[in-house]
Design a protein around this ligand. Structure first.
Ligand code: HEM
Length: 546
């Protein structure tokens, strides 16, 4: 059978299955939502081709925080930004809302059978092994690493400015941030320096370069449809299909996994030697992984494949996310010079306090005392959550409680939505983070000051608490919340202090045309130049320190 016949047969079977499910289970047809653009694609094109979050905001305004959307072939799904519903899905119901299985296949392709792929007892075991490396003390110990990488980036930029006639240059800050965050994760988690800051042409930098935009950016209608019907293909068959896919972007992903797998093996061999030579039993990520691989107790053991997969996951999850978050922070500071100036004032005041006690570097205590810096970070992470959507499905017939009741098309007021087993749900991080019932009527405005009152809680209502950082959903919530959130927050703050202390950032013509590209992680690209990958082009003169 040729590829087109196989494709038509698969689409036909999927259609029959969708019709069967439509008439044999609990229906959410009465829940209000946007009209689908077409039967084939439903609302998926708007969600994945438009800028990340834009459709979510429009629909949230019109239909509320729990709305029906259409998937491929007219299948119903829910788009949720209601805090109580999110609390239920992520916290109260344990593992009852796993990730979409086709999304887990993408995760397996990129990072193997690791924490971002695992579910249920496998996830519980893997997370138990990894958690001790990401506690508060372990993360605080990494501050000097982040400071040193940030200083290296500063010195690179100063070199560039030194040879520029105008004492100001236009830089795509993303291309430097991506190298700096790679070095930070390498040294911080694996005691290994990729050397990316020194050599932008390094093979690991090249392997990661624009990988997400090339793989997931601006998907075609055909690709959106294919992804939409994959849900109906059982996991083992999907695994086979994914393993045999051939395209330039899949080839790039395979090359990346091959290279990082080889590097991981080399690091493990080195670390195993050090541990058997009486290593100090440290709690860094690498030591924990190596010990879990040789553990006798099955409850805390990782196979070699799992151990190497966790390494790839940490490198991946810990570098694209921080790169783009930092890019959005610098962009917002360029858009709001008054916020940038106030931030610099706080940094200068803390520098003076550090000098007054005879020291030269900031400590963790200094970082904690910088309330305005923290407010700016939280506000950018609220407005620009770099993981804008989370994908879950129900494993049983259920009822999802709501903070704000909805009125169905037939006029019934619901304070919980009955959902059938297998319902596809998209949690909109983007829309929750701007939900007016949580953050107030100015939820769409960029205003770091919102974090300075109310004990640092930016919420303006008694909406349920989601954790983990300022009640934002940026790092998800509950059992599967981001394991590296402390790591991320500390790295971002260390970078921010160093950069704002040394440079001023202002907009360029290109940075006025940025897009928030939805590629799994939200990447900022320049309109009309998506193929160039992540860009935040800013103008940077040296700051006058007097
Ligand atoms: C600004 C930076 C970051 C953001 C916004 C972020 C966001 C997230 C989100 C939303 C999830 C949940 C994904 C889902 O359930 O589908 C997640 C999970 C995860 N993150 Fe992060 N992340 C960041 C940085 C990091 C760093 C620095 C690391 C590691 C050093 C990391 C490692 C992980 C891992 C391993 C998971 C899977 C956790 C699990 O399923 O139990 N992340 N992250």
């Amino acid at each position: 059978m040729d590829a087109s016949t196989t494709g038509c047969a698969a689409a036909g079977l999927a259609l029959l299955y969708v019709i069967y499910r439509r008439f044999t289970r609990i229906s959410i047809a009465d829940v209000p939502g946007p009209a689908p653009e077409s039967f084939l694609l439903g609302n998926l094109r708007e969600l994945f081709q438009e800028q990340a979050g834009e459709s979510d905001f429009l629909w949230q305004k019109e239909f509320g925080d729990c709305l029906r959307i259409k998937g491929a072939l007219g299948e119903d799904g829910l788009l949720i930004s209601d805090p109580k519903a999110i609390q239920y899905i992520f916290q109260t119901s344990g593992y009852n809302f796993p990730k979409w299985h086709e999304r887990r296949e993408f995760s397996r392709m990129f990072n193997g059978r690791s924490l971002t792929w695992a579910e249920g007892s496998t996830h519980k075991r893997q997370r138990k092994v990894m958690l001790p490396a990401f506690g508060a003390p372990e993360t605080k110990a990494l501050l000097p690493v982040f400071q040193s990488v940030a200083e290296q980036m500063t010195s690179k930029w100063k070199d560039i400015l030194d040879v520029s006639d105008s004492q100001s240059v236009e830089l795509n800050v993303t291309s430097y941030l991506t190298r700096a965050t790679l070095d930070a994760i390498g040294i911080g988690a694996f005691d290994y320096n990729f050397g990316a800051m020194e050599d932008g042409n390094n093979p690991v930098v090249r392997a990661y370069s624009n990988l997400l935009v090339d793989t997931f950016g601006r998907p075609s209608a055909l690709r959106i449809f294919a992804q939409g019907i994959m849900h109906h293909v059982p996991s083992p068959i999907l695994t086979k299909i994914f393993d045999n896919l051939n395209s330039p972007s899949v080839g790039r992903v395979r090359e990346m996994t091959r290279m990082l797998g080889k590097l991981g093996k080399q690091l493990v061999d080195e670390k195993s030697g050090a541990l058997s030579l009486g290593g100090k039993g440290s709690r860094d990520v690498m030591s924990l992984l190596v010990r879990a691989n040789v553990a006798e107790d099955d409850r805390v053991k990782l196979s070699e494949d799992e151990m190497l997969s966790q390494m790839r996951t940490i490198m991946f999850a810990g570098h694209e996310t921080i790169t783009n978050t930092m890019g959005f922070i610098l962009l917002e500071l360029a858009r709001h010079p008054e916020v940038q100036a106030r931030l610099r004032e706080e940094i200068r005041a803390t520098e003076a306090a550090v000098r007054a006690r005879g020291a030269s570097t900031f400590t963790n205590g200094d970082l904690e005392g910088m309330v305005y810096t923290v407010a700016v970070m939280k506000e950018v992470m609220r407005i620009h959550p770099v993981v804008p959507h989370l994908f879950r499905e129900s494993t049983r017939d259920d009822a999802v409680p709501l903070f704000k009741p909805i009125t169905t098309s037939s006029g019934k007021v619901l304070d919980e939505v009955p959902i059938p087993k297998g319902m596809k749900i998209i949690i909109s991080v983007a829309a929750y983070n701007r939900n007016k019932d949580v953050w107030g009527d100015d939820a769409h405005a960029f205003d770091p000051d919102r974090w300075l009152s109310n004990d640092g809680d930016g919420r303006k209502t008694k909406a349920p608490s989601l954790g983990v950082y300022g009640n934002l959903l940026t790092f998800a919530s509950g059992l599967r919340s981001c394991i590296g959130w402390r790591f991320a927050v500390m790295e971002v703050q260390a970078f921010l202090i160093e950069l704002i202390s040394n440079f001023e950032f202002s907009l360029t013509e290109n940075s006025k045309q940025l897009r928030r590209e939805s590629c799994g992680v939200m990447v900022s690209t320049v309109e009309g130049e998506v193929e160039k990958g992540g860009q935040v082009p800013l103008r940077i003169p040296v700051v006058d320190r007097d």
